[in-house]
Ligand binder design. Sequence first.
Ligand code: PEP
Ligand code: MG
Length: 328
Amino acid sequence: LTEHLKTLSDLPCQTRCGQKVSLLINAGLAVEFEQQQSGVDEGVGLYRTEVPFMMGERFPSENEQVELYRAMLSVQPDKAITMRTLDVGGDKPLPYLPIHEENPFLGWRGIRLTLDHPEIFLVQVRAMLKASAGLQNLRIMLPMITSVGEVDESVRLIRQAYFEVADELNKIGQTLYMPQIGVMLEVPAVLYQIPQLAQRVDFFSVGSNDLTQYLLAVDRNNPRVSALYDAYHPAVLQAMKFIVEQSHAVHKPVTVCGELAGEPCGALLLLAMGYRHLSMNSHSLLKIKWLARSTDIVRARELLELVLAMPDGVHVRDAVNMELELMG
Ligand code: PEP
Ligand code: MG
C-alpha cells in the first residue's frame, strides 16, 4: 500500500470526475515543514504561530519572530504560507502569561487577547511582514473571530504595521507586498456574518475543531463529556455545508483546516459539500489525495444527502465507512 501511495505523488490531485482539489499542510514549526516537503501539498493552510511561542520562556522578540517566519516563508517561496496570528488561551496556555478563568474556552483567547494587547499583535504582524520582504507568499489569518468589529480593528492594525514596515524597507530599496488577510470561521456566530466578513477579508478558513466544540457545547478536553464531541454530528455537517455555500455565494475562497479535513470520512463529505481546499497534518496528505482521486462527486453528494438526515454521528460514520470500503 505504501508503494501504491508513493506513486500517487506524481498524479494530479483531482476527483475521479476531474475536479481539482488542493491539499495544504497544517504546521507548527518551520523545521517540521522542511521535513514535510512531500510534493503533494500546495503550501501551508495553517501555520499555528502559538507553537513556537509555547516552547519559550518569554515572548519572542520581533527579531526572533522575523527569523522564525522567514524560515517558514523561504522554504518554498512559490507556495502560499498562511500564518495565523497568536491563538493562545483555551487549551493553549503560554507559561509566561498565566490566565485563570472558570471557562477558558469562552474566555480570553485568540484574537480577543491580542486585540486587548495590540503591542503583541503589532510586533507579530510586523515580524511577519519583515520576514516576507522580497517574497509574495505570506497570508495572514485571524483566529476566534466573533464579530466584524474585531476584523476591522485587526485589519487597521495590520495596515498600520504594513505602512511602518514598508517605510523601513523602502529606505533600503526593498518593496513590501500587502498580504492577503483571512479569518477563521470557528465561532458559530460568524456563520451568519459571512457576507459582512466577505467585504473585509480575502479568504476564509473553517476551524472545524472549535466549530464542533462550540456548536455542540462540548469541551473536547473534559473526559466527562468528550464522548459527545463529534464532528460527524449531522448538525455540525449542516453547518459546514452552509459555510461553503455561503462562501461561494460571496465568491470567497474557503479552506477547511480542522482535523475533519485530514480524515477520509471527513474529506469525502467535505468534497461532497463543495470544499476544494483542505489543510491537514502532512501525514494525511497521501491518504486524502487517494481519497480525492477515488471520489465521484455526484455519488458523494447522494451519500451526503443521506447522512445529513441521520440521527447521529455514529450512523454517519458507519454509512461513510461503508462507502469508503466500496471505493477500495
Ligand atoms: C480549529 O479550531 O479547527 C483549528 C484548526 O484551530 P486549532 O485546532 O488550532 O484551535
Ligand atoms: Mg481553533
